[in-house]
Design a protein around this ligand. Structure first.
Ligand code: LP5
Ligand code: MN
Length: 244
């Protein structure tokens, strides 16, 4: 049996091809897996679980994920910086289990540490200040109390602001900080780290305190529908074959 890791799908109406890849993935690869771990940014943005009442795509995604329970595939989800407002209502409708960031698990005797990856980007101090604010329960409660249309407008404004801010940042500060990676690996007893967020897919090796640790960075989904597959303890990246 296999365990699958994906992240950064950024599903939205503007990218129908990615939605098609997601549906294909759910009805093929994911059905045959023991577990599917979604490590954040499933959606382009999520502004509260009442998105299920307003957004047909949100309903389709929830139904697709829920269909996996029929095939015995367990689904787990960790928040990303785009969909940190996903809550219990979406989790229940999609039949998934919400995970903390980071989460440690053992698969096929391998020690794995799962993260979205944004907390490792500690050189991006502007983002870290922003993140601390939006993860405050009081801030979230005040946002969720706003009317839906107001939240949609706010999300679009935040996206535009983020794109402007990113255009002024050096690429290097938007990648993980090596000392932060080392600290996480050390404090978690030298696991294999799997994360997304940076959209810089790679297999890195870190020597920490004389211990060799793997770090897999997941790809985004826009073109390939990429997943990382764990089978018999071996991790292998896999793309969905391009559709006609
Ligand atoms: O998202 P991405 O990959 O483009 O960039 C991220 C960081 N940006 C973000 C912001 C999100 O894109 C915004 C979308 C969130 C939608 C969720 C809705 C939340 C509820 C609100 C509505 C109900 O995460 C970006 C990082 C980059 O990753 C690389 O790691 O650099 O960080 C930023 O750009 C943050 C800036 O540095 C600081 C932003 C200050 C914004 C201040 C808010 C002012 C309010 C403006 C609204 C009018
Ligand atoms: Mn992200």
């Amino acid at each position: 049996m296999t365990t699958l890791f994906i992240s950064d799908l950024h599903l939205c109406d503007e990218r129908p091809r990615t939605t098609a890849l997601f549906k294909q993935f759910i009805s093929t690869t994911a059905r045959n897996a023991e577990a599917l771990y979604i490590l954040g940014d499933l959606f382009e943005f999520w502004i509260g679980d009442d998105q299920l009442d307003h957004d047909p795509l949100a309903q389709i995604v929830a139904q697709s994920l829920a269909s996996l329970t029929l095939y015995g595939t367990q689904v787990f989800f960790m928040h990303g910086n785009r969909d940190f407002l996903i809550g219990n209502r979406f989790a229940d409708s999609a039949g998934l289990t919400l995970l903390a960031d980071p989460t440690h698990l053992i698969v096929d005797d391998r020690s794995l540490l799962l993260m979205h990856g944004d907390t490792l980007c500690t050189d991006d101090t502007g983002y870290q200040v922003f993140r601390r604010q939006v993860r405050e329960p009081a801030w979230q409660a005040s946002i969720l109390a706003k009317p839906y249309d107001e939240r949609v407008a706010l999300a679009h404004a935040l996206r535009s602001r983020s794109d402007v801010e990113k255009s002024m940042k050096a690429d290097s500060i938007m990648d993980v900080n090596q000392a932060s990676v080392a600290a996480v690996l050390k404090s978690s007893n030298y696991p294999c780290l799997i994360h997304g967020h940076t959209h810089r897919p790679a297999h890195h090796r870190h020597m920490i305190d004389g211990r060799l640790c793997d770090r897999w960075v997941l790809a985004d989904w826009h073109d390939t529908g990429a997943s990382l597959v764990c089978s018999a303890g071996r991790l292998v990246p896999q793309d969905i074959v391009a559709m006609p």
